[in-house]
Design a protein around this ligand. Structure first.
Ligand code: PEP
Ligand code: MN
Length: 342
């Protein structure tokens, strides 16, 4: 950490900074400049209450050197993390995966039809929400436990893995019995108790970026999970809220190279929730693969007009087949082969 003193800072001010540094087990090193004094603080600065230095007399600026998200940062671990789901299925590293299925589990025939449609294209990770974070309390809230049982049964029949959302800490044991990947939705990215709790269980977790979260906030959310000992964390960019009203959210694919630089964790893109309309989803799904993400999560429904949730953005099976065939070529072009297992 670097503490920049004001031009008129006194010797007492500098001594006070040094004393505070020692209090946090940091070694202060004076670096006098032509115009002002700089005090470099050597040691692990992450537990320092930065406000303590900022509020000292004579201090102009406090500049951290290390990333606040220690365990998720490439500073701590250089190699890409790969989340192993078992049965030869992995997320991360030099390959791209597709997770697909309906937004919500509605009925067994609806889920089975969508699962069959994506399985036929070599997808082995089935998505589907049993607990849904709906904006309106009057909207369909999901089938709950009944839905979890349904998705597990369908996935087992088709030899698929299950990704499904956890909203409530009280449901964690129940959800862990049926899911292979726990999804933390965008609205819960800052539910820190929930993040810590999924950090204590060994299951892979996919955390979606909050609607207005900065990348640092996003990575700190992942850090809550990793710092509890669960390193099986996957990041998911799903679009953020901006002034643009033509799309549901603004999909910022520029985060992929940035996140790949900052963190070793895998990065998945969700073009469905970002674009909000099925006619835009395929193009952005392909772009997400072209930019080098570790895969995509896509909503598919066999009868989107009748879907209880997110019908307008759900791909039909025909559209999904087209997407998968084109995706394979893009993945090959960026040297991250598409995982398709029949
Ligand atoms: C979802 O994946 O169904 C979902 C609700 O996504 P998000 O949390 O990104 O809105
Ligand atoms: Mn949805």
């Amino acid at each position: 950490m670097i503490v920049v003193m004001k031009r008129d800072a006194t010797r007492e001010n500098v001594e006070r900074v040094k004393e505070e540094a020692r209090h946090f087990d940091l070694e202060p090193i004076e670096m006098p400049g032509d115009e002002r004094m700089i005090v470099a603080l050597k040691g692990d600065e992450r537990k320092v209450v930065t406000g303590r230095f900022k509020s000292l007399a004579g201090v102009s600026d406090v500049l951290p050197v290390l990333k606040k998200y220690k365990m998720s940062s490439r500073d701590t671990k250089w190699e890409d993390s790969v989340v192993d789901l078992g049965d030869g299925l992995r997320i991360g590293g030099k390959q791209q995966v597709v997770m697909a299925g309906p937004c919500t589990i509605e009925t067994e025939p609806q889920l089975r039809a969508a699962a069959n449609a994506v399985r036929k294209e070599g997808v082995r990770i089935l998505r589907g929400g049993a607990y849904k974070p709906r904006t309106s309390p009057y909207a369909f809230q999901g089938l709950g436990l009944e839905g979890l049982k349904m998705i597990r049964a369908v996935a087992d029949e088709l030899q698929m893995k299950v990704i499904t959302e956890l909203m409530d800490i009280r449901k964690i044991d129940e959800l862990c019995r049926y899911a292979d990947i726990i999804q933390i939705g965008a609205r819960n990215m800052q539910n820190y108790d929930l993040l810590s709790e999924v950090g204590k269980c060994g299951k892979p977790v996919m955390v979606k970026r909050g609607l207005s979260a900065t990348l640092e906030e996003f990575l700190l959310a992942a850090e809550y999970i990793v710092s509890e000992g669960n390193t099986n964390v996957i990041l998911c960019e799903r679009g953020i809220r901006t002034f643009e009203s033509e799309v549901r959210f603004t999909l910022n694919l520029g985060v992929v190279p940035i996140l790949k630089n900052l963190t070793h964790l895998p990065i998945i893109i969700d073009p469905s929730h970002a674009m909000g309309r099925r006619e835009y989803v395929t193009d952005m799904a392909l772009a997400a693969l072209a930019v080098g993400s570790h895969g995509i999560i896509v909503e598919v429904h066999c009868n989107p007009e009748e879907a209880l949730c997110d019908g307008p953005q759900s791909l039909t099976p025909e559209m999904f087949t087209n997407l998968m065939n084109r995706a394979e070529k893009i993945s090959a072009a960026v040297d991250m082969p598409l995982v398709r297992k029949y």
